[in-house]
Design a protein around this ligand. Sequence first.
Ligand SMILES: Cc1cc2nc3c(=O)[nH]c(=O)nc-3n(C[C@H](O)[C@H](O)[C@H](O)COP(=O)(O)OP(=O)(O)OC[C@H]3O[C@@H](n4cnc5c(N)ncnc54)[C@H](O)[C@@H]3O)c2cc1C
Ligand SMILES: NC(=O)c1ccc[n+]([C@@H]2O[C@H](COP(=O)([O-])OP(=O)(O)OC[C@H]3O[C@@H](n4cnc5c(N)ncnc54)[C@H](OP(=O)(O)O)[C@@H]3O)[C@@H](O)[C@H]2O)c1
Length: 424
Amino acid sequence: MSYLVIGAGPAGLAAIRSLKEAGLPVEAAERNADVGGQWLYGASSSAVYASTHLISSKSTTAFADFPMPEEWPAYPSRVQIEQYFKDFAKRFELYPLIRFNDGVAKLSRHDSHWRATFDKGETRDYEGVVIANGHLSDPLLPKVRGDFAGKVMHAKDYKSPELFEGKRVLIAGMGNTGCDIVVDAIHRAKSVLWSVRGGNHFVPKFVAGKPADIRNHNTKLVLPRWLRSMLHEPVARLLAGPPERFGLPKPEHRLYDRTPIVNSLVLLHLGQGDVAVRRPVKSFDGNAVIFEDGKRDDVDVVVFATGYKITFPFLEELSPLNWQPQHGAPRLYMNVFPPEDNGLFVAGLLEGAGVGWPGRALQTDLIAAYLKARKAKPSAAAEFRREIEPYCAAPASKDRGEHGIFVDFLQYKRDLKRAIQRLR
Ligand SMILES: Cc1cc2nc3c(=O)[nH]c(=O)nc-3n(C[C@H](O)[C@H](O)[C@H](O)COP(=O)(O)OP(=O)(O)OC[C@H]3O[C@@H](n4cnc5c(N)ncnc54)[C@H](O)[C@@H]3O)c2cc1C
Ligand SMILES: NC(=O)c1ccc[n+]([C@@H]2O[C@H](COP(=O)([O-])OP(=O)(O)OC[C@H]3O[C@@H](n4cnc5c(N)ncnc54)[C@H](OP(=O)(O)O)[C@@H]3O)[C@@H](O)[C@H]2O)c1
């Protein structure tokens, strides 16, 4: 019996490759018409917009043995990244293993295997399943009282800035998406308001003309996260400028405790007065938006760039993934393994700048190494398993973020490499 990979985005492609190269029988299902996941612009699961460029530089983001072309810029565009994944799938002969335009509608357990029911009606049984369905496709919208007379949308449906032409625009959310859309809107809109809630750190894309993130990766010694934050936070505040000086909230977390904002343009526009900051939206009244501090503005378009929910719609029950309702996420060992030895594995479910696609590939190499070790090195596999249950039973520590899936990329990649070594 084969293993099934759900999704052919970066994590799914990594999984198909890892299992294939480990000699394990594998097939994959992708609801889209091609590979690339988020990066397949215009696909229904994709939240990528026309102006998207990577925020992590190409050398830190690309799969370790499949670098992006030398002539590409340091932060390639979504057009280039879409091509990158098609080239990756061709190079490692993954296309024949993927069924396209046919997603997994239902996944249910039958004795010791998993039964997948596909969108087109077919059912097939699998030895195990690597779930790589992504977690930036299901919009999270805040509850706002009242009705809005203009256009209101989530960033998931935002593609390009024509809709802002001559309009009074409000963008809500200060993640990397909100920042990019604010910058897009400024060149088209009549006016731009920006509703923000918590603070975050800003880091520049370039320092001395070189991608700013490269130095973080060139390190043999992994300093503790708090120490790195202590050393690098003042540098980021010096280079990008303290966010509070631009009227934004002061971050209450340390630099490496969350994904930072990699966008200097939005600060420039704040400094130029092209955009005005507002508190979170409380209610709508016709074209008026009323904010939490009582301010009221008339706008034509509202874009909620307020993040995404983690969902597994094909699973009737989420307990096999050790679902944590308080986090809206599963608690998995190394973000991959549920406590029960049930043949389910999750790939790509993480937050953490710097993990890149090499980090996803390490996750899936670990899954493959574990599956192989169960037959070839049963004592190593059993020892590994013994670590899983106590970890999954303990509550997530505060430094794992709101969903409990945040990882410190340096520590995380080192832990994955060590686990793979033990199992091979
Ligand atoms: C605007 C934007 C910019 C980003 N920039 C960066 C960046 O600079 N650097 C970085 O490292 N990351 C970035 N990311 C994060 C991005 O999510 C990851 O790069 C990567 O795409 C995650 O890969 P994934 O395979 O886990 O998920 P996805 O890319 O979301 O792929 C999941 C795939 O699963 C498929 N699928 C889902 N459900 C089913 C089903 N039931 N059956 C079959 N198929 C299914 C989907 O169709 C999709 O193809 C960005 C994200 C966004 C939205
Ligand atoms: N160019 C790029 O490469 C790029 C672009 C976009 C996204 N990404 C990546 O994609 C992922 C998703 O990013 P995202 O920006 O879509 O989501 P996100 O990181 O979850 O950010 C959501 C933002 O919305 C805010 N928010 C939530 N509810 C709000 C409300 N009611 N009012 C005002 N603000 C509210 C949150 O504030 P709190 O902090 O208070 O919760 C947070 O700032 C991230 O990993 C990101 O780095 C990369």
